[in-house]
Every structure is written in structure tokens, then in C-alpha cells.
Design a protein around this ligand. Structure first.
Ligand code: ADP
Ligand code: MG
Length: 312
């Protein structure tokens, strides 16, 4: 593009809340053939709510039944014990999932105590020393790497996940005690954005640290094909996932909002930070969408096409 066309495009973009980092970015956006969305905070609002608390393991025994495999005699465990333990551990974390669990506990009049010691395990969960004991809250991988068998919670986890919820296991002192789940809301415009991209023959993918079943439930709601969903991607593996999507020369625009997304934004043909994106994400991005609206990806593409049409 000529410098003048670039200036026009950049300024039309800015008027529409789309910031391009330089003229060559405008041209690259025009050549994008694949759009990869991060799930949380990009296709969804990221405003999580605690929806479920379940006891796992001790329940059947307390009822006089047979303990499920890996279950244990723990008749004193009820839902408030599970939630109080989880919330206390999560007080150390600033993850949106943690905030939802702490807020949910407070709504239920449980004031979680500050943990004595706390460790964040990226992409997996938290480990904390609390007044309830040594608490783990997180996914299957977190429990397995701490020698706690998540199997007794399988049915509960799968049920919640197929509802599109993020289900997290809770263990206290090395024993699985329950499950907590949060739900996030799909952005109203996410479905329209995906179908408009499909209409333009762009491929649309989704990438997330969340588990497969939850990811597929959300993908279905917004119209992304199940084969284009990559779930359980660790933060440090997001860039590799982008490279895999681009393995056959695809030119991908990665759209994300989080700190975790910065390496993926950098690996993509075009990195696009959305909404209240973190400073790190904005720095790694070629394009910044000022609003939190996934439909603005279309605006970015239209602006780039408009600029290039002008110079012809
Ligand atoms: P996303 O890609 O959705 O931002 P993350 O990489 O932050 O996901 O986390 C991936 C998964 O790790 C979550 O779905 C959850 O199961 C688990 N996890 C991460 N942080 C926490 C936390 N603070 N508490 C419980 N589980 C967590
Ligand atoms: Mg994230």
C-alpha cells in the first residue's frame, strides 16, 4: 500500500476502535485465511459465576452405601466444606476462576480465610496451605501430578463439562473431596462473528486451556467446528498450537486477551489483542481491538481490504 493509503486505513481503523501497529500490518490482515480465537474473555465474557458445588467420595459411604473406587469414609464432608476449602486456597490467586469461587463462597456466607502458603500452577490450578489443610483446586492434571486420583469424580466432572462449565477438582490433605464448577457467558456477538468469518471462507479455530468437553460445548454454541478446537493447551504451549494450525502455510490471526496469550499472539501471522487486553497482550499484538467485541475482527479485515482497494 502507498503511505497515503496506509494512513487512511490506519485512521479509518482508529475511528472504528481498531488499532493497527504500522502499515505492513494492514496488508498482512488482508492475507489472513484463518482466525483463531482464545475462548475465555474473547468468545466469552470472562465473568465467571460459581454454579455448582458437589461432594465426591465420601457421600456414598455416609449414606451406608459402598465407597466408589478411591472413595473414602468421610461422612463429615458436605458441600460447604468443599467450597470453604476451595475458596480459602483460591484467595491467593487472581485468576478469574479463583475470583468466582471466592465470590461464590462469600455469597453463601462462607468467609474464606487467607491461605498460609500458596502456589499457582499455571494452566492447572492452585496448591495452598489453609486452615482446612493442604488444599488442591484445579484440573485432572493438577491432581494426578500430586498423586491424587481424580477418577471418583469422573461422572460429576463430565456432566458439568458437557454443560459448558469449567469443573475443578478439590482435594484436602491428599484426598479428593469434591468438585466446584463455574460458568462463563458466551458473548452475544460471538456467534455472528464466527458465521460472518465463515461466510468469507475463513477458517475459524478455538484454543483454550479449558478441558475438551467444556471447549466443545462452547464451540458448538458459537458455531466453531469440533475438529477446529484445541483444548487443554498449557499457557507455554499456546504458541506451538498456533504453529501447528499454520503448519501448511495457513496465515492465522490469533485473537486473545490474556497474559497467557502473548506468545501465541507473537507466533501468529497476525496477533490481535481484544478489549481490556492486558498490557503484555497489547504489546505482543499487531492489532488491538479497543472494544471487547469479536465482531470487530471483521472490521479489521474490512479496513485492510478497503485500504488495498484504494491503491488499485
Ligand atoms: P484459559 O486458557 O481458559 O485462560 P488457563 O490456562 O488459565 O485457561 O487454565 C486452564 C485450566 O487450569 C482451567 O480450565 C482450570 O481447570 C485450571 N486452572 C487454572 N487456574 C486455576 C485456578 N486458579 N483454580 C482452579 N483451576 C485453575
Ligand atoms: Mg485465558
Amino acid at each position: 500500500a502507498t503511505p497515503a493509503a496506509t494512513m487512511v486505513g490506519t485512521s479509518i481503523g482508529a475511528q472504528n476502535g481498531v488499532l493497527f501497529k504500522g502499515g505492513d500490518v494492514l496488508e498482512r490482515v488482508r492475507d489472513v485465511d484463518t482466525v483463531v480465537f482464545d475462548k475465555t474473555g474473547t468468545l466469552t465474557t470472562g465473568e465467571m459465576q460459581l454454579t455448582d458445588v458437589a461432594v465426591v467420595g465420601g457421600g456414598a459411604v455416609a449414606d451406608g452405601g459402598t465407597a466408589p473406587e478411591g472413595g473414602r469414609l468421610e461422612p463429615e464432608v458436605d458441600e460447604s466444606v468443599v467450597l470453604a476449602a476451595a475458596a480459602s486456597a483460591e484467595r491467593g490467586s487472581e485468576h478469574p476462576l479463583a475470583e468466582a469461587i471466592v465470590a461464590g463462597a462469600r455469597e453463601r456466607d462462607l468467609e474464606p480465610a487467607e491461605p498460609e502458603a500458596f502456589e499457582n500452577v499455571p494452566g492447572q490450578g492452585v496448591r495452598a496451605t489453609t486452615d482446612r489443610g493442604e488444599v488442591l483446586v484445579g484440573n485432572r492434571r493438577l491432581l494426578e501430578s500430586n498423586d491424587v486420583d481424580p477418577a471418583p469424580a469422573t461422572e460429576t466432572m463430565e456432566r458439568l463439562e458437557s454443560e459448558g462449565k469449567t469443573a475443578m477438582l478439590v482435594a484436602v490433605d491428599g484426598d479428593l473431596v469434591g468438585v466446584v464448577a463455574t460458568a462463563d457467558t458466551v458473548k452475544e456477538s460471538a456467534k455472528a462473528a464466527v458465521s460472518a468469518l465463515h461466510e468469507r471462507d475463513l477458517r475459524v479455530h478455538m484454543i483454550t486451556g479449558d478441558n475438551e468437553r467444556t471447549a466443545e460445548a462452547v464451540a458448538e454454541q458459537v458455531g466453531i467446528r469440533p475438529e477446529n478446537v484445541r483444548a487443554e493447551v498449557l499457557p507455554e504451549d499456546k504458541a506451538d498450537a498456533i504453529e501447528a494450525i499454520q503448519a501448511d502455510g495457513e496465515r492465522a490471526m490469533m485473537v486473545g486477551d490474556g497474559v497467557n496469550d502473548a506468545p501465541a499472539l507473537a507466533a501468529a501471522f497476525v496477533g490481535c489483542a481484544i478489549g481490556s487486553g492486558t498490557d503484555v497482550a497489547i504489546e505482543a499484538a499487531d492489532v488491538t481491538l479497543m472494544r471487547s467485541d469479536p465482531q470487530d475482527v471483521l472490521k479489521a479485515i474490512r479496513v485492510s481490504e478497503g485500504t488495498l482497494a484504494k491503491i488499485k
